[in-house]
Design a protein around this ligand. Structure first.
Ligand SMILES: [Zn+2]
Length: 302
């Protein structure tokens, strides 16, 4: 049975359960608004303008902590410059979102100054264009931008881990996982998303790395179903390259996947960002967080 946005909007019950189960896909979702693309882009540009090659993420980490986590959050930047944030005073098990702040190191006299230019990237008719043919670090600043925009949209209702040194072997996340101060942080997380996958081959939900299955089949199926419902289909895959989620899954029984977020040709001056895909992933994760009970149930290990 097919439904359309009109039916959806006029429906008396806007809940995902009622509409989703019997419907096809809809493009619009409750809460859609026109300010999201510009706000998401604004955040992305703010992040891109602060250079953060692996091992030199401290400035960016402190900027994010003071600018985006000032109200309603307990935030900490550790010795490795990882940023760990939890909703202030909240008890209970909350989902976890992760991304990495470092970019593949690029050495050059003027790269830092170029990135800092006010118009280093611009949003033209839904497309992100770069002022210079240089690596802007969409891997993984697109992932961070999604998380920070979700935080603004949903308020303090999930945990955040922004790591360092991911591009040079993952020393940042390894430190965070071993840090005694984070013992409570990683406990009781019902499900998690790393947002750090390229979109070259479509929109992936990476659930397995090197033979390590990081979550239940049902968790992946639920994300696939939600993304299809939103008209932004993502598909489960085991073809990913290494990311922080692998180390998280090795250390704790947290159901986790790595989601595509729009970047392509990463680690090169030719990198691009499919901003429509970035927005799609935002919508999918937002819906998953709004459906926390449903996702928690699906993510439960059999
Ligand atoms: Zn990455």
């Amino acid at each position: 049975m097919e439904t359309n946005s009109d039916t959806f909007e006029k429906s008396g019950d806007m809940s995902y359960e009622n509409v989703f189960v019997s419907s096809g896909t809809v493009r619009r979702t409750p809460g859609d608004d026109d300010t999201l693309p510009s706000r998401l882009f604004e955040i992305l540009k703010d992040l891109v303008r602060i250079a953060s090659p692996s091992g030199d993420e401290d400035t960016l980490a402190r900027h994010i902590a003071s600018t985006y986590f000032a109200d309603g959050w307990e935030v900490r930047v550790d010795e490795y410059a990882n940023l760990v944030a939890v909703p202030a005073g909240q008890v209970g098990d909350l989902p976890l979102l992760t991304a990495h702040m470092d970019t593949r190191p690029v050495w050059g006299d003027d790269i830092r100054a170029r990135l800092a230019e006010e118009d280093i990237i611009s949003l033209d008719g839904g497309t992100v264009t770069k002022k210079h043919p240089i690596q802007c670090g969409f891997d993984d600043k697109a992932g961070i931008a999604i998380i920070l925009a979700l935080k603004e949209r949903l308020g303090p209702r999930f945990k955040v881990l922004l790591t360092t040194r991911e591009e040079t072997g993952g020393a940042g996340v390894a430190y965070a996982l071993a840090d005694e101060q984070n013992r409570g942080f990683f406990a009781g997380v019902p499900f998690a998303f790393t947002i750090d996958r390229r979109s070259t081959s479509g929109s992936d939900i990476i659930h397995t790395y090197a033979g390590l299955k990081m979550c239940s089949d049902r968790y992946v199926e639920e994300i696939e179903a939600i993304s299809a419902f939103l008209g932004a289909p993502m598909a489960g895959s085991d073809r990913g390259t290494m990311a922080d989620c692998y180390q998280i899954a090795e250390a704790f029984p947290i159901p986790i996947v790595n989601l595509s977020c729009g970047f392509m040709h990463e680690h090169t001056p030719k990198e691009t960002l499919d901003f429509a895909s970035t927005l799609d992933t935002f919508q999918v994760v937002e819906r998953c967080l709004r459906e926390q009970t449903r996702l928690t149930e699906a993510a439960r290990w059999n």
